[in-house]
Design a protein around this ligand. Structure first.
Ligand SMILES: O=P(O)(O)OC[C@H]1O[C@H](O[C@H]2O[C@H](CO)[C@@H](O)[C@H](O)[C@H]2O)[C@H](O)[C@@H](O)[C@@H]1O
Length: 354
């Protein structure tokens, strides 16, 4: 059987060799073997003579595999989870200007008409809401530590029950903030970070409510070590916090057992799909913190973890999309599939319940 051209981005048809330290990626670039939840029957890349094309064999394009994925989805309830930066909006130098295109907004709105849809971001919930501007999706900010979810009884969020959680009712939704007790310390750290990094040109501190981003995308290379040192030394006085890394960003987070994966499970639970074997979660994300959500899908045993990446990297995702423009195409296709499928309209009850 001849190898087929990927049914997606033009660039993918070419052998692509990208630098190891991809600008947007902050430096991680590995190839790993990965068990696919649903291995593809057709291998799409033209050739495997570039690291990216080899990687695609293990993480096939979600566009090239779309029909196959939708066959798996037959009779299941798809729930869509989306990351924001690098997934719905391109990575840009200024975090305050990471706008989503109107086209992308329309695509997410359309998807959310047919499937329960949630955006899980490292940003503060308010900020991501301000960027997305849609009322028919659920929002989880601070890497899942700030969730506005439907007011339904929890069935199986075992983890949540063990945390000092705060649940406030607002309208018909419930606010779930498992890191609320860390708020005073977070405010303190925020002020200290502003003070101590103020003299490092290009450094930017972003208040993400239950976590803090220290951006270094615009910091001179020779200053980066100093910045990192300052952040680490400050955190020595706050043993309840730890640092994680993302794309040219250091993130200060409270040390609780809660991440995007827990947020995904929590949302499925509150949406009423806690133990359902009928649910098929689909998560699209591009960064390290999204790996927790990919893992959560893998432990459920069904669903599609999809990574957005222009370079080969170690991931738990089963499928891939090259960049936000492919995310847009995928979302439009998903909505069109649901809308156009007259059989699915009578077979599935997604539409009625959402
Ligand atoms: O979980 P996400 O929604 O992907 O948020 C992760 C971080 O995204 C943002 O930073 C990244 O995007 C910026 C804008 O494109 C870019 O300038 C920065 O270098 C990236 O790291 C956001 O500003 C962070 O607070 C989020 O934690």
């Amino acid at each position: 059987m001849g190898l087929q051209k990927p049914h997606s981005h033009k660039q993918k048809a070419q052998p692509i060799t990208r630098p190891k330290n991809d600008e947007n990626n902050g430096g991680d670039c590995f190839i790993t073997s990965n068990l696919l939840i649903n291995p593809p029957s057709i291998i799409t890349p033209v050739s495997s003579d570039s690291p990216y094309n080899s990687w695609l064999l293990e993480h096939p394009s979600a566009l090239g595999s779309f029909d196959r994925m939708m066959k798996v989805a037959r009779g299941k309830r798809i729930v869509v989870f989306l990351d924001y930066d690098g997934t719905l909006s391109p990575i840009v130098d200024d975090p305050d200007r990471a706008f989503m295109s109107d086209e992308m907004r329309a695509a997410v709105r359309e998807v959310a008409k047919y499937f329960p849809t949630a955006i899980i971001s490292g940003r503060s919930r308010d900020k991501v809401k301000e960027f997305v501007q849609l009322s028919n999706v659920y929002y989880a900010g601070s890497h899942g530590m700030d969730i506005m979810a439907p007011a339904r009884p929890l069935k199986s969020s075992g983890e949540a029950k063990h945390l000092a959680i705060s649940i406030d009712k607002k309208d018909n939704d419930v606010l779930f903030q498992p890191a609320q007790k860390f708020m005073p310390a977070i405010q303190e750290i925020l002020a200290l970070l502003e003070e101590k990094t103020g003299n490092i040109q290009g450094a930017k501190i972003e208040d993400n409510r239950f976590c803090i981003s220290v951006h270094y995308r615009r910091v001179r290379e020779e200053d980066y070590g100093i910045l990192e040192e300052k952040v680490k030394s400050l955190l020595q006085n706050y043993p309840d916090f730890h640092l994680t890394t993302g794309k040219k960003v250091l993130e200060v987070r409270p040390s609780i057992e809660w991440n995007k994966g827990h947020a995904l499970d929590y949302l499925l639970d509150t949406l009423g799909f806690g133990n359902s074997s009928e649910v098929l979660p689909l998560y699209i994300g591009d960064d390290r913190t999204d790996e927790d959500a990919f893992k959560a899908i893998r432990s459920r045993g069904q669903g599609f973890p999809i990574i957005v990446s222009t370079i080969p990297k170690e991931t738990k995702a089963s499928h891939s999309l090259h960049d936000p423009s492919e995310v847009l195409t995928f979302l439009l296709r998903l909505a069109r599939w649901r809308k156009g499928s007259s059989t699915s309209r009578s077979t599935f009850s997604n539409l009625g319940s959402w």
